[in-house]
Design a protein around this ligand. Structure first.
Ligand code: NAD
Length: 395
């Protein structure tokens, strides 16, 4: 297999943008991927200026249409191997669709798009063209999320009875958007963010964490979408009580008005034999509570299968995933890097004409993206009827 680094093109990321930064670091993390091009800003002149000022040389384009069109006539070794979409939510669907149709795999920020019509079109196109498509649900990239998934899905804490999956922030506790703050401005605008503000922005991460770790799906929900900051058009507080498809119950909750909470995403899973707890602000360990026993704290890189809780046969590929020994902390950038690393593996298989996974076990895929949008639409429906219990549907 060629060891030539994969070429990545950015859609978005100019002028004070946020999430492009961890992504571009993560792309370069292993030396096997690199950013080579970008359509960084909606205004073509600024987009080209931003590309010229990028910290390392990249090909700048005035628009993603130009970047995708130009790809066709580039020499083979300069063609894009995938694009990364880091624009506000309303600029996900169009570049994703156009890239896939031009034969370029897509790694797209969450939420996948604005509505179910778009989500279904993306899923059916990705399937029809059999092309890799990843969605950037960051927190499933932590090694401890992978270990949590293994523990829960192997039944080590028994049948899941209750899940509390949360993402609590405080940065929108005041009307920050009125100051023109870039990230706040589009997140509270229904045209650019979608039908739910806080739910779309961070509630979808809490949902993904629940689904990734437990393997369970929501079957029914009752939603309260609240707006505490006066004059704001979208919810800034999102509380969803859910029935799970195994009969268990869950709370998927998110808030952006809780002063003091910074990026407080975490999950508690209570099973019939024990409880698992994990928090992304302390992502190097997870805690297992078992009845009448001292708590067990599992640290990334310091796990010993066959210890009386973990069986001897913890999968070798899971044990091989940490990048550095325990005590040398991995965090947010490492989680992003793990997602890009796994996506790269699928892109390389796809390029070689081999079967690729893209099955949601290493990073969220386009179907996970659709499930997030279906969840938001069901929540909006339930909230409109004051939290009426509503069957969760992807139709
Ligand atoms: N996975 C995560 O943990 C995470 C964290 C933050 C944001 N996000 C998601 O990432 C996306 C971007 O969020 P952000 O906070 O970085 O936003 P941002 O406002 O900081 O950056 C968005 C960038 O997109 C550019 N842009 C807008 N329209 C464009 C167009 N037509 N062509 C080219 N560029 C265009 C803007 O100029 C800006 O550079 C959102 O979908 C958000 O939900 C995900």
């Amino acid at each position: 297999m060629s060891n030539k680094p994969l070429n990545v093109g950015l859609v978005g990321g100019g002028k004070g943008a946020f999430i492009v930064n961890p992504h571009q670091k993560a792309i370069h993390f292993d030396g096997t991927r690199r950013v080579v091009a970008g359509a960084l800003f909606p205004d073509p002149k600024i987009a080209l200026e931003e590309a010229a000022n990028w910290p390392y040389p990249i090909r700048g384009y005035g628009s993603y249409d130009d970047m995708i069109a130009a790809n066709k006539s580039l020499p083979e070794d300069q063609k894009l191997d995938y694009i990364l979409i880091v624009t506000p939510n309303f600029v996900h669907f169009d570049p994703a669709m156009k890239a896939m149709k031009a034969g370029i795999p897509v790694f797209c920020e969450k939420p996948l798009c604005l509505n179910m019509k778009e989500a279904k079109a993306l899923v059916s196109t990705a399937h029809k063209l059999n092309i890799p498509f990843g969605v950037a649900h960051t927190y499933v990239g932590h090694w401890t999320s992978r270990l949590s998934r293994y523990i829960v899905r192997s039944g080590l804490i028994g049948d899941v009875r209750w899940v509390d999956s949360y993402y609590i922030q405080g940065w929108l506790a005041t009307k920050l958007e009125a100051t023109g703050q870039q990230q706040a401005a589009w997140r509270v605008d229904p045209k650019r963010a979608g039908g739910s503000g806080c739910g779309g922005d961070i509630g979808t991460h809490a949902l993904m964490q629940l689904r990734f770790v437990t393997g369970l799906e929501i079957s029914e929900l009752s939603a309260q979408l609240e707006t505490f900051v006066e004059g704001r058009q979208l919810d800034d507080h999102f509380t969803i009580y859910c029935k799970l498809n195994n009969g268990g119950r869950a709370l998927v909750r998110a808030s952006q008005i809780c002063i003091g909470h910074k990026n407080d995403l975490g999950i508690t899973i209570a099973g019939t034999k024990g409880t698992l707890e994990w928090k992304q602000e302390n992502p190097e360990c997870l805690t297992i509570h078992l009845p009448n026993q001292p708590d067990r704290v599992y640290w990334r890189g310091a796990v010993a299968p066959g210890d009386g809780f973990l069986p001897k046969d913890v999968p070798a590929d899971l044990m091989a995933e940490p990048t550095i020994p325990s005590g040398h902390p991995e965090a947010f950038h490492d989680a992003f890097a793990r997602l890009h690393r796994c996506f790269e593996a699928d892109v390389r298989k796809w390029k070689a004409g081999e079967k690729f996974n893209c099955d949601g076990s290493k990073y969220a895929n386009v179907e996970d993206g659709l499930t997030g949008i279906a969840f938001l639409e069901t929540c909006l429906k339930s909230a409109k009827s004051n939290g009426k219990r509503t069957r969760f549907s992807k139709i």
